[in-house]
Design a protein around this ligand. Structure first.
Ligand code: NOJ
Ligand code: NOJ
Length: 558
């Protein structure tokens, strides 16, 4: 009711010719774009999954349908998992028809795990799990490629554990345990064994240790430890390695001079990089925990380090892309993977620009949940960019402030309180800052800052609206000069990122993964990157073939 009242207020305000009414009108048109593009995105994602996608096996997510400019009709473990996570959440917020696709995804991934590929087999050492790219029918891809990529097993485990949460909440513990967990434990064991070793980053270019990969690995093991217990099992290697990963994370990825997170450490390739990179926003998005801590060591969206990085990252594209010229220094612009990028000439990416929006919706939701936000020397420049009066200090929510719904498990009734696709949950405070037509009792600097953050986030979504063609198709990139879509039309990951952005913008977020109760980081003096060897077996109940796990005889595919 509260929300409806706030919306009624905004609607009434839009009749008046005031700046507020203009803002309200723009808001409504952006809402309409987001609602319609979200539907298109879900549909195009389904079109890119087998057997609907040409030549793709059941549940196999292809990166994009085109075979030229470039040929993306392959299946990447990473793109597939991030897409599955987006679908998990669409399912939870009410799109029941998606469940069979999620089940198909599990079937496909159980199979993928057993493919003997250029990195090796599943058994005995799990090395095959690190290969990033497969043909659409899941046969091995033999071309030269940046491999291994160690984020794949981590993000897949996260997508699958999100679904396990749903199963557990819906009296299907046995299915979770017998069918899904055997896929997950292979990935967790891989993470626990190899996280300290060099691999290629998510952009498949830098051989080193990537912040995105390590963040995802940390979450996978912290969550894996808890999910195992929930199922009456254990993940001993998760318990051993999570504190070591936390230790590594806490001690390696902050550039205090540049005031940003470092995208890659131990870069063994010859690529010179500023290390300013969308990977450092995609990581906190992947690890977003609505009940998370804003402490810097956790790198949650609301941490000062992530917000400082946001500013440095976005600013790095202001002058290099001609389409960003003339845009005010405090307004949203198009963003790419990293400033030095030269792939297809180096352009803005839909998913990277969207990540700049999503991470801010996440951070605002966390501040809102906590009822306060603290600005420190690290985050001051970020806040002053969008709210010039910002000062170092703590801002608290006004009395009676609505902190949003309590963290409930997926599938529980909280989701039912909100109509799917309706951006209403922010209504109660989106319209409650200073200015005309807003409830006076809700005015506060805290509200104003949250409003500035979400308006800034909306700005990135507006950039996407500007460069989305009329048919709603999202490619991988858009040209830095003309703004025309470019490279890999209908990129599945672009759509997935639009969907997760839309969820966060609508105040729909996953249940907490209890990041704050995870094991403490090991002391930096004893931070150990050796990893713990684990065991690997085909997830037969999920549909994997029973590949040999008894002898050392392996078939060679050359
Ligand atoms: C293909 C990769 O997928 C992409 O990320 C990379 O930029 C290009 N190869 C060039 O290395
Ligand atoms: C290139 C991107 O750099 C990489 O992250 C992605 O996995 C592939 N394209 C497929 O979309």
């Amino acid at each position: 009711m509260k929300t409806e009242a706030a919306f009624a207020l905004l609607a009434a305000g839009s009749v008046l010719a005031s700046p507020t009414s203009l803002h309200a009108r723009q808001q409504q048109s952006l809402d309409a774009f987001v609602a319609s593009e979200r539907d298109i995105a879900v549909q195009r994602i389904l079109d890119n999954i087998g057997p609907r996608a040409a030549g793709a096996g059941r549940g196999v997510v292809i990166a994009a349908p085109g075979i030229t400019n470039p040929d993306y009709r392959y299946s990447w473990t990473r793109d597939s998992a991030l897409t599955a996570s987006a679908l998990d959440e669409e399912f939870f917020v009410g799109n029941a028809s998606l469940q069979s696709t999620i089940q198909d995804y599990i079937y496909a991934e159980a199979n993928r795990q057993t493919v003997y590929n250029a990195m090796g087999p599943l058994y005995p050492w799990g090395t095959g799990l690190g290969d990033p790219k497969f043909w659409p029918n899941l046969t091995r891809f033999n071309g030269v490629w940046g491999r291994p990529q160690r984020d794949g097993p981590a993000v897949r485990a996260i997508a699958l554990m999100t679904y396990i949460n749903y199963l557990v909440g819906n009296d299907e513990v046995q299915t979770a345990k017998d069918v899904v967990w055997p896929v997950v434990i292979n990935d967790l064991n891989y993470v626990a064994q190899y996280w300290g070793q060099v691999g290629y980053d998510l952009w498949e270019e830098v051989a080193g240790i990537s912040f995105f990969t390590v963040q995802a690995q940390w979450r996978a093991l912290v969550e894996g430890s808890q999910i195992a217990k929930l199922l009456g099992l254990s993940c001993a290697n998760c318990d051993t390695e999570a504190p070591q990963i936390a230790c590594f994370l806490a001690n390696n990825f902050w550039n205090s001079t540049g005031n940003h997170i470092i995208a890659n450490v131990q870069n063994t390739s010859t690529l010179a990089r500023s290390n300013i990179d969308a990977a450092t926003l995609l990581a906190p998005i992947e690890n977003f925990d609505i009940n998370g801590s804003c402490d810097n060591s956790q790198y949650q969206p609301c941490s000062s380090r992530v917000l400082a990085t946001h500013k440095v990252f976005v600013d790095s594209f202001r002058s290099i892309y001609p389409i960003n010229q003339g845009i005010a220094a405090n307004a949203a612009v198009a963003a790419g993977r990293y400033p030095e990028d030269s792939y297809y000439g180096g352009n803005p990416w839909y998913l990277c620009t969207l990540s700049a929006a999503e991470v801010l919706y996440d951070a605002a939701a966390q501040f809102r949940r906590q009822g306060q936000l603290t600005i420190d020397a690290t985050s001051l420049a970020f806040f002053q960019q969008i709210y010039p009066a910002a000062k170092v200090g703590t801002y608290t929510a006004p009395h009676g402030f609505n902190r949003g719904r309590a963290g409930l498990a997926w599938g529980q009734s909280a989701w039912g309180e909100q109509s799917w696709g309706c951006p209403s949950s922010y209504g109660s405070w989106r319209g409650s800052g200073s200015g005309n037509g807003r409830p006076a009792q809700a005015q506060s600097a805290f509200n104003d800052i949250l409003l500035a953050m979400t308006n800034y986030a909306d700005g990135f979504v507006k950039v996407i609206e500007t460069y989305t063609p009329a048919n709603g198709s999202l490619s991988e990139q858009f040209n830095r000069t003309s703004g025309q879509p470019l490279s890999a039309y209908d990129l599945t990951w672009s759509y997935a990122s639009f969907v997760t952005m839309s969820q966060r913008r609508a105040g729909q977020f996953p249940a907490s993964w209890n990041s704050t109760t995870g094991p403490a980081a090991a002391a930096s003096s004893s931070c150990n990157t050796d990893g713990t060897p684990g065991s690997y077996a085909p997830a037969v109940a999920a549909g994997a073939p029973p590949v040999d796990t008894t002898s050392c005889t392996v078939q060679l595919h050359i």
